[in-house]
Design a protein around this ligand. Sequence first.
Ligand code: MOS
Length: 783
Amino acid sequence: MSLIKDVKAKAVDGLLAAGKKAIASAPDAWMPGAHPDPLAEHRNGLVGAAISRVDGPEKVQGLARFAAEIPLEGMLYAAVLFSTIPRGRIAALDTSAARSSPGVVFVMTHENAPRLKTLPPFTKNLHSAAADDVPVMQDDRIRWNGQPVAVVLAETQEQADHALSLLHPAYEPEPASTSFADARARGVEVGNFMGLLKDEVGDAEAALSAAAVHVDAVYSTPRQNHNALELHAVTVAWDGDELLVHDATQKLAHTAWSLAHAFDVKREQVRVLSPYVGGGFGGKSLWQHQILAAAASRAVGRPVRLVLSREGVYRVVGGRTLTEQRVAIGAASDGRFEALIHTGVAAMGQHNNMPEPFINPARSMYAAGAFHLEVDTVRLDMVANTFMRGPGEAMGTFALESAIDELAVKLKIDPIELRLRNEPEREPISGLPFSTRQVKRVFKDGAERFGWQHRHPTPGQRREGEWLIGMGVAAGSYPYTRMPGGAARITLRNDGHARVEIGGQEMGMGTATVHAQVVAARLGLPMSQVVVHYGDSSLPGTVMAVGSQQTAAFGAAIASAHSALVQKLLKLVKADSPLHGLGVGEVEGLDEGLVAIGDRSRRETYRSILTQSERSEVTVEAAAPLPLEFLHWAMHSHAALFCEVKVSAVTGETRVTRFLGSFDCGRILNAKTAASQLRGGIIMGLGLALMEETQFDERTGRIVNASLSEYHVPVHLDVPPIDVIWTDIADPHAPMGAHGIGELGITGTTAAVANAIYNATGRRCRSLPMTLDKVLDKVPGGL
Ligand code: MOS
């Protein structure tokens, strides 16, 4: 409990500091909820436009240099050796052969690594980017199978890799906890992630027993690993006590803070650059490799490049943990929920705290007479599990939305109708009103467009040759989030060009593009005259790109900075200016200048304002206002996912033939990047539904399919035509009226596939991934 209080106290401190700064810097700034952001309501052609990514051309031309491609003078290449036992100690590690191997400059082990301060995990210190508090190469302890035990530095990568093969550590193994069932038998603890993962309203078990109809089933989801196209990589150089880090990260500022803490230097002495990231998904965080590279570099006094191999990513970078979830729903004969129970167990590592919060969807999606929601945890000797593509929601919606489909079958009610009968008036657990909620609309629009009326309600009715064909539907949900710490700097030049600087991260989702659009729209400039600088920890703002919240977090900061800029410009206007005497709320940006909203004939260009006041440019910096919107409203995005599958009656193989996502996620800022985000989310969901699974050998705690040849993700042939539609209804309480959408498309997708498989075959798959063996096994003798 003290941890929660601690985290909450720190969060509130952070909020207050950010809020004070915001109010001081821009008293007229847009405040969430006070009135809608003007950009949410009237559009000038830029907001919402399908504009191609501004970072696209340099990437496709190969001009963009990623972290593993930065050449530095005198740079050494690193190779990392991973432990092969889950728990124990290193008894002996003879490095002599490796050290005398050609090109080798240094072999680092726990015996000669620089002394480092242990990092607090981010759950204990909000500045930190670390998932766990494991000391990095500071002692002889082995804490998971795959932990780094040695780093070789050599003049070439091949020399480093070869020398690594000459290292043969001897271990003293100790009994390890690597079996989920054994750990459960020893007892579970209620998960705690910024609050206890447990909600009880009424007596859910009693309501379940008393209900006219009920379903009660267990759903299991496996471990899954991060497989961003770009391998985790870092290129580092020390200059005295100053550390320059070329990283691939979604946590710029937090990585800088963490490395400064570990090496006991000042935060300002560490600069992290990460302009290009080849996919993040929750995995591009601070892991041991950045610390090891910086430690080795410091020890030898030369720059170091460390690129994890694909196997290395599985060993060092945590992914999603496994879960076992019970969903029980008791309903009246008209379908109204009288009890909603969603409980279960997730595993965590011994040194981290990420209890996969799979109950999140059930906290907001449906009304019910009574609730029992609870995530219990057990601890295993394994790499720290972490955020991964819709943590909580992706796996929670699999269980919840499958169970609702099962209940619809029992009740003989259309599954869309059943969901709509349980639409909540207010958010059930918190009691807060929804800021916006267009669930009926997304189902209606989606059903029409997908042709839901053609679905046969009885399973197994459509067959073409060996293929059984079916349709399924599920709801998706992801929270609107806006973390504190957003800040932005805008510089406007008198030639009508603007530069926006944010400590933001672009992992390919369109951050740079969307903020350029938004700034151009606010200022009334063409896109070509706005440039967004990001990917540098020395820029304003300490916002990590997680939880699909970067657009809102920096969007709010940019709104504040824009207000401050307008205020400054209005102070500069001369007494004879048509804008003289107007306040911030009375003007807007148009045609490279400001115009009075009430009288469009009153206008002056930026060039004129700045030239007349003899300035070549003005610069303002502002912090985002406090995310107070959460105190007043339940803020979520919603989705209706429609899936058509064909399942082979011979092999049990499922092929998704059509998919449609219908979304309610506020104002869409860029139709092209939004469609890509949502479609990408759906593709990830299809992978989770049908193929992704980390094979963790419970005897040894070893991941045995640590490669893309044995860990399957969707490739082009696995991906059907995916149709994406949205309401484009602004959330009046969010900056720009927009919600982050990175993770929304993943949620509900797995259940839509499961429900389609049921409709095609009559087989209910309650275990991910729904591989052909599971589909065939449901009834002996095949389909
Ligand atoms: Mo997302 S899994 O919070 O990067």
